[in-house]
Every structure is written in structure tokens, then in C-alpha cells.
Design a protein around this ligand. Structure first.
Ligand SMILES: [Zn+2]
Length: 66
């Protein structure tokens, strides 16, 4: 048994998909507050394939933030 198996809290489904908000070079990234020049990092969203409930939002490149 995997102990990191995800179960959707909204509908009980256990199949998930991931997507990305923003990109390495374009808008939509999360950026350091107040920073004009920094490109920041995309966000990785993990969501239920059935109902779309997001279980995780992850900053793809946390090292960009100091
Ligand atoms: Zn669901």
C-alpha cells in the first residue's frame, strides 16, 4: 500500500492530474513580492480528474525566492 495515495476530499476519487500555471518565461508566475525584475516561478496544480478539486498547489522553483 502506498501511504501517499491521494484521495479527493470532495468526491472520493483517486485519480489525479497535474497542470501548470504560468511558465518559465511568461506571465502567470508567482513572483517575489515587490520584485519587478524577477521572473518568479510557475505553480504546479494537482487536481482531481473527476471533479477538479485541487489537492495541491506547489511552487515549481522555490529556490527563486530568497
Ligand atoms: Zn474529486
Amino acid at each position: 500500500m502506498e501511504n501517499n495515495k491521494l484521495i479527493c476530499q470532495a468526491c472520493g476519487n483517486d485519480t489525479f492530474s497535474s497542470g501548470q500555471i504560468g511558465s518559465l518565461t511568461s506571465e502567470g508566475n508567482v513572483r517575489p513580492i515587490g520584485s519587478i525584475m524577477a521572473t518568479g516561478s510557475p505553480l504546479i496544480l494537482t487536481f482531481c480528474k473527476k471533479c477538479g478539486e485541487a489537492t495541491s498547489i506547489k511552487v515549481a522553483q522555490p529556490e527563486k525566492f530568497k
